[in-house]
Design a protein around this ligand. Structure first.
Ligand SMILES: Nc1nc2c(c(=O)[nH]1)N[C@H]1C(S)=C(S)[C@@H](COP(=O)(O)O)O[C@H]1N2
Ligand SMILES: [Mo]
Length: 415
C-alpha cells in the first residue's frame, strides 16, 4: 500500500475515533430515504440580472459589523467591529471589515484624487490615480489590527463577545504599488529619514513613518479582495503598513512629505502612546505583537450539547509568520498544540483548529500563539505586571472563554 493510502486510512480511523459512535448527523432508517421536492425545487428562481452586484444570502442578515453605543460620542469619530465568530478561513469579506475613522468617510471622486510626494526629494511629484495604476502592481494578504483592539479589556473582562473583544481586526488581499517604487520615482535626498503621511478626510489624519519601513514592505493600495477599496477603507487610496498598528495605515492618502525627523503629530503623541506605571509614555509602538483568539466556541457561538466540537481560532503577529498555537481547556495548566491551516503567511491571519470532545463539564478555553521569531503571547497578568493598567493600546493578552455546563460561553479574566 502506498504511503498516501496508509495516511488516508489512518486519518479516517482517527476521525472515527474523535467523532465517536454518535457521529455528527442522525443515522436514517430505510423509510426515511424519500426524495425531497420543496418549493424551491418545484419553481424557477429569479434570473441572472436580479442582483447585478451580489449580496449575501438573505438568511445571513445577522452577520454584520456591530458597534458599542457607549464607546464614542459621535458616529463620525467611532469604530465598529468585525463578526469574527461568523467567518471562516482567513479572508474578511469587504462588507464585514471593521471601520475606524476620526472624522467620517469622505466621498472622493477618483478622477479628482491626487497623491503629492514632496519634501526631501529630487523631484516633487503629483500622481493621479490613473498614473499610480500604471506602476507594476503587487498583491499581498495582510491583517490590519487597530492598536486599541482589546483596549476595553485591559483592566479585566468587559464585553461579552469576540466581536467586541477582538473585532478591530480584518485581513484582506491588497493590490497596489510598492511605496518604494513611488519614492524611487521622486528620488530621495540623502537626509530623508522619515515620511509624513496625510489623509484627505476631514481629520486630515497624519502620522510619521520611518523610511526603512516605507522601503521594506509598505504598499499604496487601491484594491482589496480583487475590487476597488470600499469608501470606508480609504477609497481611492490607502497605505498598507504590514504588521503595524492600524492607525498608521492612512486612508484617503493624499500627501507624503519626506523629512529628517518625525513630526510628532497628535496621533503619535496625545494618542497612540502607552502610559506606563511610572507616568512616562511609550511612543512609536508600531508593531502589533503575537496574538490569537478562539472564535468558536465564543460568547456568540455557544455549545449546543455534549460531544464533538472543532475549536476554531485565528492567530497573527506583526513580526512575521505564526509558528505554533496551543489550546488549553483548563485555564492554562495544560496545553495541546493546534493544527495550523495553510496558507501560513507573514503578517497575516492564520487559521487554527483543534478537534475536541466536550463531556459537559465547565471548561476554561484559551489559545496561546507563538511566532517565527519565538515571541509568545503573554497572559494578561504578565502584561499588567510590566505595563500597568493604563495603556489602552497593544493588548495582546491571552483570552479566556468560560464554558458553562449549559453550553453558554462567557468572557472571563483569570487570577
Ligand atoms: N485618513 C485617515 N486614515 C485612517 C484613520 C482615519 O480616521 N483617517 N483611522 C486609522 C485607524 S485608527 C485605523 S485602526 C485604521 C482602520 O482601518 P479600517 O477602517 O480600514 O478598518 O485606519 C487608520 N487610517
Ligand atoms: Mo486605530
Amino acid at each position: 500500500m502506498s504511503g498516501r493510502g496508509r495516511n488516508r486510512r489512518g486519518f479516517l480511523a482517527a476521525a472515527g475515533g474523535v467523532l465517536g459512535a454518535a457521529g455528527l448527523a442522525p443515522v436514517l432508517r430505510a423509510a426515511e430515504f424519500k426524495p425531497e421536492a420543496p418549493d424551491w425545487t418545484k419553481n424557477l428562481g429569479p434570473g441572472v440580472d436580479a442582483a447585478p452586484y451580489g449580496k449575501p444570502s438573505p438568511h445571513e442578515k445577522h452577520v454584520i459589523r456591530r458597534s458599542v453605543e457607549w464607546l464614542t460620542a459621535t458616529p463620525q469619530s467611532s469604530v465598529n467591529f468585525t463578526p469574527l465568530h461568523e467567518l471562516d478561513g482567513i479572508v474578511t469579506p469587504n462588507g464585514l471589515c471593521f471601520e475606524r475613522h476620526h472624522a467620517g468617510v469622505p466621498d472622493i471622486p477618483p478622477a479628482e484624487h491626487k497623491l503629492l510626494v514632496h519634501g526631501l526629494v529630487e523631484r516633487p511629484l503629483k500622481f493621479s490615480m490613473a498614473e499610480l495604476r500604471r506602476f507594476p502592481p503587487t498583491s499581498v494578504f495582510h491583517f490590519l489590527e487597530c492598536a486599541a483592539n482589546g483596549g476595553m479589556e485591559w483592566r479585566g473582562a468587559q464585553l461579552n463577545g469576540v466581536q467586541y473583544t477582538h473585532g478591530m481586526l480584518h485581513c484582506v488581499q491588497y493590490t497596489g504599488v510598492p511605496l518604494r517604487l513611488v519614492l524611487e520615482a521622486a528620488g530621495l535626498k540623502g537626509q530623508a529619514k522619515w515620511l509624513l503621511l496625510e489623509g484627505a478626510d476631514a481629520a486630515a489624519m497624519t502620522r510619521s513613518l520611518p523610511l526603512a519601513k516605507a522601503l521594506d514592505d509598505c504598499l499604496l493600495a487601491y484594491s482589496m479582495n480583487g475590487e476597488r477599496l470600499r469608501s470606508e477603507q480609504g477609497y481611492p487610496l490607502r497605505l498598507v503598513v504590514p504588521g503595524w498598528e492600524g492607525n498608521i495605515w492612512v486612508k484617503w492618502l493624499r500627501r507624503i512629505e519626506l523629512g529628517d525627523q518625525p513630526w510628532q503629530t497628535r496621533e503619535e503623541t496625545a494618542k497612540y502612546t502607552d502610559l506606563m506605571p511610572d507616568g512616562r509614555a511609550r511612543r512609536f509602538t508600531w508593531l502589533q505583537e503575537v496574538k490569537s483568539v478562539i472564535t468558536d466556541p465564543a460568547p456568540e457561538a455557544r455549545l449546543a450539547g455534549k460531544g464533538f466540537r472543532c475549536i476554531k481560532g485565528l492567530a497573527w503577529s506583526g513580526e512575521g509568520r505564526i509558528a505554533r498555537v496551543d489550546v488549553s481547556r483548563d485555564g492554562g495548566r495544560n496545553w495541546t498544540t493546534a493544527r495550523l491551516e495553510p496558507p501560513v503567511l507573514p503578517k497575516c491571519l492564520t487559521r487554527f483548529y483543534l478537534d475536541w470532545q466536550w463531556s459537559g463539564e465547565e471548561v476554561l478555553l484559551q489559545s496561546r500563539a507563538i511566532d517565527e521569531k519565538g515571541f509568545v503571547q503573554p497572559s494578561p497578568a504578565v502584561l499588567q505586571k510590566t505595563r500597568g493598567v493604563n495603556p489602552i493600546y497593544h493588548n495582546n493578552g491571552i483570552q479566556t472563554w468560560a464554558v458553562n455546563r449549559d453550553g453558554t460561553v462567557e468572557n472571563v479574566r483569570l487570577g
